[in-house]
Write a protein that binds this ligand. Structure first.
Ligand code: SIN
Length: 323
């Protein structure tokens, strides 16, 4: 460790960026979360004035993200962000739930230093792997003067935690911030920025404590409204006897991924009303990728403005968890 250099700490959590396949030409049949984060950094240039530290926090396919990994990630972020010599953090993460981790970290930490999530669509063993460039770009963002908050960096784009969404199942440029737009770009190691960095807010210490000590997250499910919908889905979700049969906690919240402007099939609407009357919190979002919902006076089911269904679910879980 050299004196005078600022530290960028890279936390590994798994994903395709750490994935391996049997052949360098295979980007389809591979196993995510195999390579240690220290190996992903080997040979990468270090931003000027910085040194890199790394830590393996988890090694998972992010489809399996859970409370325990989030708690560990939060604890390590808190630890490193509190060190005066640390300039910023980079987290290597799977693409599949990166947007949920980004939203969660920003909501509970809202850090004054940059926390940059990055990922890859091709495994580390691929001839044309995208992970090394994404990691390099993420390090440039973490080292950038004035950068702050949780952001995602992929395919040269810098995206905000509220807006970032995986929108493509195989393209390298798989993320979008929708009509909110990107925060900026990383090109040849330089940052071009068009929007503000995510703003730090007063730390939600009691929420953070509740989250760190929780043994489970409040149970909140997502219901998609579609043509020819059937009320039985919602009734079964809200039925305490069904939950008990499966050893699941009773339902506390439902997020509606509504059609268009957050509308709902009449069958589901009646069932959502029954669930709400039984004490289940219902929050409305839209299955459209763009077009922020607006609340209206007298809304029967409150809206989650600007949040995709998965993020609205997290917002509701955090609200239910808050002391
Ligand atoms: C994952 O999300 O961990 C696997 C898929 C990916 O990283 O692209």
């Amino acid at each position: 460790m050299q004196v005078g250099l600022e530290k960028i700490v890279v936390l590994g959590s798994g994903g395709t960026i750490a994935g391996t396949a049997a052949s360098a030409t295979d980007s389809r049949d591979y196993r995510a979360a195999q390579k240690p984060v220290v190996d992903l950094l080997a040979g990468l240039p270090v931003p000027a004035g910085c040194e890199l530290l790394s830590e393996q926090v988890a090694q998972i396919d992010s489809k399996d993200m859970d409370l325990a990994v989030w708690q560990k990630l939060l604890q390590r972020c808190l630890h490193w962000l509190a060190q005066p010599g640390v300039r910023g953090l980079v987290i290597t993460h799977g693409t599949d739930t990166l947007e949920e981790t980004a939203y969660l970290l920003q909501t509970v930490l809202a850090p004054r230093k940059p926390v940059v999530l990055t990922c890859a669509m091709r495994p580390a063993t691929a001839l044309d792997a995208d992970g090394p460039q994404n990691l390099l770009d993420a390090l440039a963002v973490a080292a950038c003067e004035g950068a702050q908050g949780v952001v995602a960096v992929s395919a040269g784009r810098i995206l905000g935690p509220q807006d970032v969404q995986k929108v493509h199942s195989w393209r390298l440029d798989a993320f979008s911030a929708g009509e909110a737009g990107d925060i900026g770009r990383v090109r040849h190691g330089r940052i071009e920025r068009w929007r503000d960095w995510p703003q730090p807010v007063v730390p939600q210490e009691t929420l953070l404590e509740a989250l760190l000590s929780a043994v489970a997250l409040p149970r909140v499910e997502i219901v998609l409204s579609h043509a020819a919908a059937c009320a039985a889905t919602v009734d079964a979700l809200a039925d305490p006897a069904v939950a008990e049969r499966y050893g699941a906690p009773p339902l506390q919240g439902l997020v509606l991924a509504g059609t268009g402007g957050g509308t709902v099939h009449r069958e589901l609407e009646a069932a959502l009303r029954r669930a709400q009357a039984a004490g289940v919190r219902v929050l409305r979002s839209t299955r459209c990728a763009d077009g922020m919902l607006q609340s209206r006076p007298g809304d029967e089911f409150p809206v989650a403005p600007g949040l995709s269904p998965v993020k609205a679910r997290l917002a509701l879980m955090l609200e239910l968890l808050a002391p």
